[in-house]
Design a protein around this ligand. Structure first.
Ligand code: A3P
Length: 326
């Protein structure tokens, strides 16, 4: 095989033409990406397989246009916060006829950004005119480079953030990790720098994630606060229809999702859908969305409440909403 390669390089009669062709292809692609309007130098321009796939996509795209449907980059994102009710929000929004979303978290802006915007668009479902594409990845809110990258995609994208009392959120986050990592240790032992001073370990992710004001500061360097809507995780459980009404209005949609879509499942302790989008039967979120927590001493909870107080206050000021955690 290696020998063949050498012979090809040395004597192939059309070698120069092939190379030129390849470069032209690349140039075409470069122009194409610029037409789309992105300035991302991480596109895979010279990947033959990708070019082929893109051609296929393009012709599929044409067929879709004939059917009046096409894949679009999201006009709205649910960017977090993990363990606050992001999945519930997306599942509830899916019943709106003008909302479409991919099945799983795409993690484009935090993990797969180098795959480029064309790849990202391919992960989206096809939509008709007037329908909104939404993507949810719960780690976007707290990942450093994400606001800048989202801004590269669009300055007008609408951002949704579900937030929950950071103390409960941290415990929920820890509980989830402790299921995966059996030797994680006790919450009480991980939350403080050391047990004698009672100094909260702000480098521990379950704690750091809940300092919402700090994360929000990064986003407002790139987006006006009016482009960001905050959903109360607590209210999403207590009164989902009212939270959903505000979200639909923020997205510029007709308010279609109302009280009549929900029932309260007493044994689960959560609101569920009377009819799910796909099969039309009653639907609650999976049990992984409502775990039991370990017992944590009152003293530890109090210490955490004090720690978060100033950050929560700042967050209320920034968002103009009192979330009732203090
Ligand atoms: P717990 O497991 O701590 O109860 P996310 O989807 O962002 O990871 O959030 C998971 C949390 O969503 C759950 O945390 C649960 O409290 C909350 N939640 C909100 N509304 C819910 C609903 N209707 N059904 C199930 N969980 C819901």
């Amino acid at each position: 095989e290696a020998k063949k390669g050498v012979i090809f390089d040395a004597v192939h009669p059309h070698k120069d033409a092939l190379i030129k062709n390849k470069h032209q292809n690349e140039k075409l692609y470069q122009e194409d990406t610029e037409v789309v309007g992105f300035h991302d130098d991480t596109f895979y321009l010279d990947d033959e397989e990708r070019l082929e796939k893109d051609d296929k996509e393009f012709s599929n795209g044409l067929q879709n246009i004939e059917k009046n449907a096409s894949k679009k980059l999201p006009q709205a994102l649910i960017i977090g916060v993990k363990k606050s009710g992001t999945k519930a929000l997306l599942e509830f929004l899916r019943i709106h006829p003008d909302i479409r979303a991919p099945g799983a978290e795409v993690h484009f802006f935090d993990k797969f950004y180098s795959k480029g915007f064309k790849w990202y668009r391919r992960q989206m479902p096809s939509t008709l005119d007037g329908q909104i594409t939404i993507e949810k990845t719960q780690s976007y809110f707290t990942t450093k480079d994400v606001p800048k990258r989202v801004r590269t995609m669009s300055k007008d994208v609408k951002l949704l953030v579900v937030v929950r009392d950071p103390v409960t959120r941290a415990i929920s986050d820890y509980t989830q990790s402790s299921i995966k990592h059996k030797d994680l240790g006790r919450f009480e032992d991980l939350v403080f720098v050391d047990n004698t001073t009672g100094l909260v370990d702000t480098s521990w992710t379950p704690i750091k994630t809940g300092v919402y004001a700090k994360h929000l500061e990064r986003w407002i360097n790139y987006f006006p606060i009016e482009n960001i809507h905050f959903v109360s995780g607590e209210e999403l459980i207590r009164d989902p229809a009212t939270e959903l009404e505000m979200v639909q209005k923020f997205l510029g949609l007709k308010v279609v999702i109302t009280n009549k879509h929900f029932y309260f499942n007493v044994s689960r302790g959560f609101p569920c859908l009377k009819k799910q989008e796909k099969h039309g039967r009653p639907h609650c979120l999976g049990v992984s969305k409502s775990r039991d927590y370990p017992f944590i001493k009152d003293k530890v909870i109090k210490r955490l409440r004090n720690f978060y107080k100033p950050f929560n206050r700042r967050f209320y000021q920034m968002t103009g909403r009192d979330f009732n955690w203090i």
